[in-house]
Design a protein around this ligand. Structure first.
Ligand code: PMP
Ligand code: GLN
Length: 379
C-alpha cells in the first residue's frame, strides 16, 4: 500500500509499555496513573448508566458538562466562555487536537511547533498536507527563542502549536511568552493551538497561564484540555476544546464525522464531578508535588541529574554520568536490565536531539516510586 504516513511506526508509548510488560519492569514510561480516580466519579458513572443515559450524546457535548467546563474556567481564570457555541467535548484531547488541526490546516500551509513536542501533532499536520516547522527548545530551560521563532514565520504560516504545562519537560509558558507570541504573529493570519491537558498539574504559585489569558490571542486560539489527567482516568478518553464561535464551528464540522459524539454516561459523570468536588482538581498541585519531591529526593542518591519540573507528572533526568548510549538504547537497556521503563526525549523531536535525557512518569503510588528509585539508585 502507498502509505500516507510512510515513516510513522507505533507510538513510543505503546512500544515502551509493551517492553515494560515483557520484562516485568516498573512502568514509568507511558503517562498514566497506577491508581484509580475518585470514588464519586465512578459512582456517578454507574448511576447514569443505571438511569438509562446510554444513547448518543449531543454532537458538541452533554450540556451539563459544557456548562460545568465554562463555569470552572470562569471561576478559575475569570474567562467568559459560551458553553453552547465555544466548548466542544471530544474523545480525549487527542481528538480535539486532530479535529482542530484538520479544520485549520490546508495543503501547503506551514505549522510551527516547539521541539520536544507531543507526538500526535506531526502526523495530523502531515495528513492535512501541512508542512511542520520545528523550533528546538534547549535544555535545561527549554524556553522559546523569540527571535528564532520570528524567523520561522512566513506568509504560509497558518498555525502555531504549543503545550503548557509541557510534556515532556515540565516547563510552563508565562504571560510574557504569550505577549511575545502575540507581538510576533499579530500581523499574520495565524491561529494558535494550545495543548493545556496538564492545566491542573502546575506547581508554580501563580498557577497555570493558558492561551485564553491573553485578550487578543484568545480570539484566534483553540485551547485543549483532557479529563484523563485531571481525574486520573486516562482510559475514559474524554477531553474538550474551547475556541471562539467562528473556529469552533469549523472544528465541529470535523468532529461530527470523526466521532460525532462522546460517551454519554462518562460526560454526565464528569459534569457531576466538576460541580460537586472542585477540591479534587484544586488539590492536584499539592497531591503531585508531594510525589514529585519525594521522587526527586530519592533520585538525589543516584547518578541521575534531575531537571526542573514546574508542571505535569513527568520528570526529565540526565543520565550522562551513567552511560554514553543514545537515549532510545538507554531506555531499552534500563527496561531490560534495571527493570524501570522510561521515555527517550529524542522521539519528541524532528531534528537530531543529542542530549542524554529521559522522561520518568511519577503519577504512581508511593510504593511504585520507591521501588523504582531503589533500582535507579543502584546504577
Ligand atoms: N497532549 C499531551 C501533551 C499529552 O500528554 C496527552 C496524553 N497524555 C494528550 C495530549 C492526549 O490526551 P488524551 O489522552 O486525553 O487524548
Ligand atoms: N500522553 C501520554 C504520555 O505522554 C501517552 C498517551 C498515549 O499513550 N497515547 O505518556
Amino acid at each position: 500500500l502507498d502509505s500516507k504516513l510512510p515513516s510513522l511506526g507505533t507510538t513510543i508509548f505503546s512500544q515502551m509499555s509493551a517492553l515494560a510488560q515483557k520484562y516485568q519492569a516498573i512502568n514509568l514510561s507511558q503517562g498514566f496513573p497506577d491508581f484509580d480516580g475518585p470514588d464519586y466519579l465512578q459512582q456517578r458513572l454507574a448511576y447514569h448508566v443505571a438511569q438509562g443515559e446510554n444513547q448518543y450524546a449531543p454532537m458538541t457535548g452533554v450540556r451539563s458538562l459544557t456548562k460545568a467546563i465554562a463555569q470552572k474556567n470562569k471561576t478559575l481564570y475569570g474567562d467568559t466562555i459560551d458553553a453552547d457555541s465555544q466548548v466542544t467535548v471530544t474523545a480525549g484531547a487527542t481528538e480535539a487536537l486532530y479535529a482542530a488541526i484538520t479544520a485549520l490546516v490546508r495543503p501547503g500551509d506551514e505549522v510551527i511547533c516547539f521541539d520536544p513536542s507531543y507526538d500526535s501533532y506531526a502526523p495530523a499536520v502531515e495528513l492535512s498536507g501541512g508542512v511542520l516547522k520545528r523550533l528546538p527548545l534547549q535544555p535545561p530551560e527549554f524556553r522559546v527563542d523569540w527571535p528564532a521563532f520570528s524567523k520561522l514565520l512566513s506568509k504560509q504560516t497558518r498555525l502555531v502549536i504549543l503545550n503548557t504545562p509541557h510534556n515532556p519537560t515540565g516547563t510552563l509558558w508565562q504571560a510574557s511568552d504569550f505577549a511575545a507570541l502575540w507581538q510576533a504573529i499579530k500581523d499574520f493570519p495565524v491561529f494558535v493551538l494550545s495543548d493545556e491537558v496538564y492545566e491542573h498539574i502546575c506547581y508554580n504559585p501563580g498557577g497555570h497561564v493558558g492561551v485564553r489569558s491573553h485578550a487578543q490571542l484568545k480570539e484566534r486560539a483553540v485551547a485543549v484540555s483532557s479529563f484523563g489527567k485531571t481525574f486520573h482516568m486516562t482510559g475514559w478518553k474524554v477531553g474538550y476544546c474551547i475556541a471562539p464561535d467562528y473556529i469552533s464551528s469549523e472544528i465541529r464540522k470535523v468532529h461530527q464525522f470523526l466521532t460525532f459524539a462522546v460517551n454519554t454516561p462518562a460526560q454526565l459523570a464528569l459534569a457531576d464531578m466538576l460541580n460537586a468536588q472542585p477540591e479534587h482538581y484544586l488539590g492536584l498541585p499539592e497531591f503531585y508535588q508531594a510525589k514529585r519531591d519525594r521522587f526527586i529526593d530519592a533520585l538525589s542518591n543516584s547518578r541521575f541529574k534531575v531537571l526542573p519540573c514546574q508542571g505535569t507528572y513527568y520528570l526529565v533526568v540526565d543520565y550522562s554520568a551513567i552511560s554514553d548510549m543514545n537515549d532510545v538504547d538507554f531506555c531499552v537497556w534500563l527496561t531490560e536490565e534495571v527493570g524501570v521503563a522510561a521515555i527517550p526525549l529524542s522521539v519528541f523531536c524532528g531534528q537530531p536531539f543529542d542530549h542524554k535525557l529521559i522522561r520518568l512518569c511519577f503519577a504512581k503510588q508511593q510504593r511504585t516510586l520507591d521501588a523504582a528509585a531503589e533500582r535507579l539508585q543502584k546504577i
